[in-house]
Design a protein around this ligand. Structure first.
Ligand SMILES: [Cu+2]
Length: 164
């Protein structure tokens, strides 16, 4: 994970500089045996800590699902990869046990995406899903959208998140 994080530093810095549409553009993961780039040993500015703003439980666009998220890293540290757990229920609160999903995050005000492609990697049971590869490159208002399929249901679940 650390190796991957270091490998992502350069593109992240480029993203910060450009602040343009770079949604979901992730550099290919380096093999674990690849040495860290020399630049990674240079002095780095201290990582900024920001508070994961109150993330209200959300209702999906067509009201088929409700969801809430918890973060493995709280406060969130800018530019640090971490995981989320999504708890997913039906509209009446029953856990959704067998869902698949894709995830996309963006800052609407800046028209750019996240520096990573978060993925649901494990169904934890009871309506909980592990989301790996969450990373933010700056504070401010983010929207993270889960496009969820469960059985014949397909719906978008969007969380508005202010990192400040
Ligand atoms: Cu931004």
């Amino acid at each position: 994970m650390i190796m991957k994080f270091r490998y992502l530093l350069l593109p992240v810095i480029l993203l910060l500089g450009a602040c343009s549409e770079q949604a979901n553009q992730q550099t290919a993961t380096a093999p674990a045996s690849t040495p860290a780039p020399v630049v990674a040993s240079a002095p780095q500015p201290a990582a900024a800590q920001v508070t994961l703003g109150t993330v209200a439980p959300a209702e999906s666009a067509n009201k088929q699902f409700k969801g809430s998220i918890t973060s493995s890293l709280n406060p969130v540290v800018i530019n640090e990869m971490h995981n989320w757990t999504l708890h997913l229920t039906t509209a009446d609160g029953q856990p959704v046990e067998q869902a698949t999903m894709t995830i996309a995050g963006a800052m609407p005000a800046h028209a750019h995406g996240m520096p990573t492609n978060p993925q649901m990697t494990r169904n934890l049971g009871g309506g909980d899903y592990l989301i790996e590869g969450v990373q933010f490159q700056m504070g401010g208002y983010w929207e993270v959208k889960f496009t969820i399929t469960a059985g014949s249901q397909l719906d978008d679940l969007l969380f508005g998140i202010t990192l400040q």
